[in-house]
Design a protein around this ligand. Structure first.
Ligand code: GYE
Length: 322
């Protein structure tokens, strides 16, 4: 089943729709061999990430795809090394969930020279040459940040002082969620971000950062904006240990909508969580199969995300998949 893919520059002219071209090399390829896909994952920083890894693994198993999985342990250099090893193993396609946005061009060029298509998944990259990857599949993080801020503008009930728990520095998810929120809050001069620090998308760090913020700002903190649910859940623990009631004394606004957070919304401990769907295994492999078959694919594909608050969280719980 191994179809060879050629990155002839003439085939990369399209801007929005990539009109891929492929060639098969029957002499070199065994038609019955499973598709080989290399997947450079960021790491295992959050429940969202675990759901994302499982989605790609389970769907690969279902389709008989030979998935080579590399855990980047939250370091870009590990991911770059993994991509180089996928190239050396002559995989059919590479999927990267880039920890940070910048610094990818050299290794993407190596993949292109080896005629191996790259799909950028989940977090986007900043590149000088958009032809270095065939497609991006993920969520619109700017839109997520905007939805969180708009919800707050409508529901803050006079509370105005915000602390922000940022995701991994340099990641598209943290950059865009931060910018969108700041842009939206700027339209409401009553709001003020009184502190903003990274918790690296991790629950334990969300807790320690929140503990420190509570010590520094005390009762001034009225709202927490967390770039993901794991940090929000860690912050909630810190707030409870400080003798306050999350969701009431301090409003909690977050992103991801993992099941545990939607449950916390239903319980009134988180006020709102914006969905960021991690379950795109099927979409990833459909896209790879299309690319390898020489079919056109959209350059940028965004998931549709919802928002959960007290009005809809309980009803959504039974059907939450992650
Ligand atoms: O929100 C967070 C994860 O890039 C969208 O990374 C992803 C983010 C997600 O660790 O929980």
């Amino acid at each position: 089943m191994k179809l060879r893919f050629a990155f002839l520059s003439a085939c990369l002219a399209a801007i929005f729709v990539w009109t891929g071209c492929s060639k098969s090399t029957p002499a070199a390829d065994d038609a019955t061999a499973p598709l080989k896909v290399g997947f450079a994952q960021t790491g295992a920083e959050s429940a969202w990430r675990t759901a994302n890894t499982n989605s790609l693994r389970n769907e690969a198993a279902k389709r008989g795809i030979d998935l080579k999985f590399a855990d980047g342990q939250s370091k870009q250099e590990n991911q770059i090394r993994a991509v180089r090893s996928f190239i050396a193993q002559d995989v059919d396609a590479i999927v990267i969930a880039p920890i940070v946005e910048t610094g990818w061009d050299p290794v993407l060029r190596e993949a292109q020279r080896a005629n191996i298509p790259v799909i950028i998944m989940d977090r986007s990259v900043q590149t000088e040459d958009e032809s270095l990857y065939v497609a991006f599949i993920g969520s619109d993080f700017y839109e997520e940040g905007r939805m969180a801020a708009d919800w707050l503008a409508a529901h803050a009930g006079g509370r105005t002082k915000i602390v922000e728990l940022q995701g991994e520095p340099g990641s598209a998810a943290a950059n865009e969620r931060r910018k969108a929120f700041a842009d939206a809050i700027a339209k409401h001069p009553e709001f003020k971000i009184i502190d903003s620090q990274t918790g690296n998308f991790r629950r334990a760090e969300g807790k320690t950062v929140m503990e420190a913020m509570l010590k520094t700002h005390g009762n001034d903190i009225e709202i927490v904006y967390a770039h993901n649910d794991d940090m929000a859940l860690g912050a909630i623990q810190a707030i409870e240990e400080a003798g306050k009631t999350p969701g009431k004394d301090i409003l909690i606004v977050s992103i991801d909508a993992i099941k545990e957070a939607v449950q916390a919304v239903a319980d009134g401990r988180i006020n709102c969580t914006v969905e960021c769907n991690p379950l795109f295994g099927p979409k990833i492999y459909d896209t790879i199969e299309q690319v390898l078959a020489g079919q056109p694919v959209e350059k940028k594909m965004y998931n549709q995300d919802e928002l959960f608050d007290a009005t809809n969280a309980a009803a959504a719980l039974p059907s939450r998949q992650y």
